[in-house]
Design a protein around this ligand. Structure first.
Ligand code: ADP
Ligand code: MG
Length: 635
C-alpha cells in the first residue's frame, strides 16, 4: 500500500490512507461461554488474539486468560447479563489498552433462565483514534483565527469556520451549498476569481490578495491561499482556502507609503528651497525695479507685472513644498480671528476670478478666534479657494466662505472622527462646481494627486491636511459630481477675545536712509538687493562672504546703520557673523535673511536680538524689515 502513495502527500491524504488501514484491521471476536466462564465455542479470531490454539482454548475458563483486574470486570458484566436476562453492551478496554466494543447476550433456556452467554467484541481502537484525531482537527479548524472555507469540486461551499462567518458576515447555513462566486462581486473581484479558477482548473494552489464583498456590502481585502484537497490516488475531493483579513494592514501600508513620500518631499524641499529662493529673489526685485523705470501701462510695464506674478507663484509653490517638510518650523502662533484671514484672502482672490464666479462671505460668528500661524492658515484658505474657483472655471457659480463656531459633542463626532470633543471654529469653503467622482474622494489628500495635468501640483490639499492636523484640527469633505464640493475645516477655538493680526498686507515700500552693509554669496542677489535698497533711500555696501563683511564692519563700525546678512554662506555663516559683531558691538543692528535653514527661524532671531527677513523678499518686505530694526515701534 505504501508503494501507491505519491511523494509529497498532503496531510488530508495521509489520514485517508491510514483510515483505510485501520478500518481493515478492526477484528470481530465471538465466543459462547457457560455461566461459570467455561468456553463452549469461539471463533478463530479470539484464539489468534490470545495466541492459543482453538482446541486448547475451548474448554478452558475464559477468565483465566486475562489479568486479575480485567477478568474481574468482565466477570461482573457477565453476571449482570445473567441476572437481568438483558444484553449488556459496553466499551471494554483490554489490559493492553485496546478498545473493544462489546455486547454480552444471555441465551435463555426453556425456563427463561440464561444457560449460556454469547459474547461479541469488536476492536475499535483504530476507529477511536481516527475519530479523536478528526475531532481535534475539526476543532482546530473551527476555532482557527484565520477563516477557512472548503469547497466541493464544483466550487460550491461545503464548510466555513467561525472566523469566516465573522469575516464575511455570512453564516455556515447561509452559504453551504452555494457557489463560492457569491463572495466575489463586481468586475474587479471577478477578475481575481478568474485567476483563482484558472489555477484550480490546472490543479494548482493559488496564493495572493483579493478584494471580497461581505454580506453587508462592505469590501474587505483578503490575503488567501486556495489549495486542492486530494484523496487516495490523487482523486480531487475539493478545495480548501484560508483567508486572512488584511484590510487594516492595507490601510497602514498606504499610510506608510504616504509618510514615506512626505519624507521624500521634505528632504527634497530642504535641498532645493535655498537655491530656488536665491533664484527667485533677484527675479522679484528686478521686475519690481524694472516696473518703476518704465511708464505705467506700457508693454514693458505689463511684462514686468507678468514676471512678477509668475515669480510670486513660484514662491508660493516653494512655500507649499516647504510646509510639507517636517523640519520646517511653524512661525510662532498668534491669536487672531479666522474671519479676518478669510477677508484678506477674498481681497486677494477677487481680482483674479472671472465675473461668472460670485463670492459669498458668511461670517456670522463673533467667537472665531484661533491660536495659529496666520501665514499657514492663509495658505489653507487660499488652497481651498483656488481649487473651488478652478472647479467653477467653465460654468461659473458661487464660492462661499463661511466661518462659524462649532462645539463638537459626541453626537457630531462621527462627522469628524479625527477630532476630539471640544470647541472649534469651522471654516467652510464651498463651490457649485464640477464636484468629484466617488473614487477621487479618498485620494485628493494624497501628495501629487491631481486631475489638472500640468496645471496642478497635487500638493494643495496635502498641505491643507498637514497644516490643519498640525494645528489640532480636522478636515471633512463633501462632494457630488455636477453639484459641487464643500470642504469643512475645524480648528481649535481660543477663548480669548478676537484680535486682528497686526500685520496685514504691506501696501507700499517704506523708505529710509543710512548705510547698509549687505552680505550674500549670490552675486545676482547682491545686485538686485543693493538696487532695491538704493531705491528705498539707503546707501549700500555689498560683499560676498561673512569674513569680508566682518572685516569691513570692524574697520568702520560707526559707518553702518545696519548689517543685512544671508544665513547660509560657505565659511562664516550669517549667524556666526552676527554673533561676532554683537560680541564686540552690542548696539549694532543685524538682520538675517534666509529662505530655509535649520540654523535660524524668526523666533530664534528675535531671541538673539536680530531681525529676520524671509527669502525671497520683495522690495516692500525688504523695506519693512530694515525699517523695523532701525526704528523699532515707530513707523
Ligand atoms: P491640484 O489643485 O494641484 O490638483 P490639490 O491637492 O489642491 O492639487 O487637489 C487635488 C485634486 O482634488 C484636484 O486635482 C481635483 O481633482 C480635486 N479637487 C480639489 N478641490 C476640488 C474642488 N473644490 N472641486 C472639485 N475637485 C477638487
Ligand atoms: Mg489645488
Amino acid at each position: 500500500m505504501a508503494s501507491s502513495k505519491p511523494s509529497g502527500l498532503k496531510t488530508a491524504e495521509t489520514v485517508r490512507s491510514e483510515d483505510w488501514a485501520d478500518l481493515t484491521t478492526g477484528t470481530s471476536f465471538a465466543l459462547l461461554i457457560a455461566p461459570d466462564g467455561t468456553i463452549l465455542a469461539a471463533n478463530e479470531a479470539v484464539a489468534q488474539r490470545l495466541e492459543i490454539p482453538l482446541s486448547r482454548f475451548v474448554g478452558s475458563c475464559i477468565y483465566d486468560h486475562f489479568p486479575v483486574e480485567t477478568a474481574a470486570r468482565r466477570r461482573a458484566m457477565a453476571a449482570m447479563a445473567l441476572e437481568t436476562g438483558v444484553a449488556q453492551s459496553y466499551e471494554d478496554v483490554s489490559s493492553s489498552g485496546n478498545v473493544l466494543d462489546t455486547v454480552i447476550h444471555p441465551v435463555l433456556g426453556a425456563d427463561g433462565k440464561a444457560v449460556t452467554l454469547a459474547v461479541f467484541a469488536t476492536d475499535v481502537t483504530g476507529q477511536r483514534r481516527i475519530m479523536h484525531e478528526r475531532l481535534r482537527m475539526a476543532t482546530a479548524i473551527e476555532q482557527a483565527v484565520e477563516a477557512v472555507v472548503i469547497y466541493d469540486t464544483d466550487f460550491s461551499i461545503r464548510y466555513v469556520n467561525q472566523a469566516f462567518e465573522e469575516m464575511t458576515g455570512y453564516s455556515q447555513s447561509e452559504v453551504r451549498g452555494r457557489s463560492g462566486e457569491l463572495l466575489y462581486q463586481g468586475r474587479h473581484q471577478q477578475k481575481s476569481l478568474g485567476l483563482i479558477r484558472t489555477a484550480m482548473a490546472e490543479g494548482e494552489a493559488w496564493t495572493g490578495r483579493t478584494f471580497n464583498t461581505r454580506k453587508d456590502g462592505r469590501v474587505i481585502q483578503v490575503e488567501k491561499t486556495v489549495s486542492p484537497i486530494r484523496g487516495r490516488f490523487g482523486v480531487p475531493l475539493g478545495w480548501v482556502s484560508v483567508w486572512r483579513d488584511v484590510t487594516h494592514v492595507a490601510v497602514l501600508e498606504k499610510q506608510l507609503r504616504q509618510a514615506q513620500s512626505m519624507e521624500a518631499i521634505g528632504t527634497l524641499a530642504g535641498g532645493i528651497a535655498h537655491d530656488f529662493n536665491n533664484i527667485l529673489g533677484p527675479i522679484i526685485l528686478h521686475s519690481e525695479l524694472g516696473q518703476t523705470m518704465v511708464p505705467e501701462g506700457s508693454p514693458a510695464h505689463l511684462s514686468f507685472s507678468e514676471i512678477l506674478e509668475a515669480a510670486n507663484r513660484a514662491r508660493a509653490l516653494v512655500d507649499q513644498i516647504l510646509s510639507l517638510s517636517r523640519k520646517h518650523e511653524a512661525d510662532e502662533p498668534v491669536l487672531f480671528r479666522l474671519s479676518s484671514i478669510c477677508k484678506e484672502c477674498i481681497k486677494f482672490l477677487r481680482p483674479s476670478l472671472p465675473a461668472t464666479i460670485a463670492i459669498v462671505e458668511d461670517q456670522r460668528a463673533e467667537d472665531d478666534t484661533i491660536l495659529a500661524d496666520p501665514t499657514q492658515i492663509h495658505q489653507v484658505v487660499m488652497n481651498l479657494a483656488t481649487n473651488a474657483a478652478y472647479a467653477m472655471r467653465e460654468q461659473g457659480g458661487t464660492l462661499t466662505l463661511a466661518v462659524q463656531a462649532v462645539d463638537l459633542d459626541l453626537s457630531m463626532r462621527s462627522l469628524f472622527p479625527d477630532a476630539g470633543v471640544g470647541s472649534y471654529v469651522m471654516l467652510t469653503v464651498k463651490d457649485t462646481g464640477q464636484g468629484m467622482p466617488k473614487e477621487h474622494l479618498e485620494r485628493v489628500f494624497d501628495p501629487f494627486f491631481t486631475t489638472k495635468k500640468s496645471l496642478g501640483t497635487g500638493l494643495g490639499l496635502t498641505v491643507v491636511h498637514n497644516i490643519v492636523t498640525r494645528h489640532g484640527g480636522a478636515v471633512r469633505l463633501e462632494s457630488s459630481p455636477g453639484v459641487g464640493t464643500a470642504f469643512h475645516v475645524l480648528l481649535p477655538r481660543s477663548e480669548s477675545p478676537g484680535l486682528v493680526p497686526a500685520e496685514t498686507l504691506i501696501a507700499s515700500p517704506i523708505l529710509g536712509s543710512g548705510q547698509v552693509l549687505f552680505v550674500d554669496d549670490e552675486a545676482a542677489l547682491r545686485t538686485s538687493t543693493s538696487m532695491a535698497l538704493t531705491q528705498l533711500g539707503y546707501e549700500v555696501t555689498c560683499c560676498a562672504s561673512g569674513q569680508e563683511a566682518y572685516d569691513l564692519f570692524r574697520a568702520h563700525p560707526e559707518r553702518y546703520a545696519l548689517v543685512l546678512a544671508d544665513v547660509t554662506m560657505p565659511g562664516m555663516t550669517g549667524l556666526d557673523l552676527a554673533r561676532r559683531i554683537q560680541d564686540e558691538h552690542p548696539e549694532a543692528r543685524v538682520v538675517l535673511t534666509s529662505g530655509y535653514s535649520d540654523l535660524i527661524n524668526p523666533e530664534k532671531a528675535r531671541e538673539l536680538g536680530l531681525g529676520y527677513l524671509k527669502k525671497p523678499y520683495s522690495t516692500a518686505a525688504l523695506g519693512l524689515a530694515v525699517r523695523e530694526v532701525l526704528d523699532p515701534g515707530g513707523k
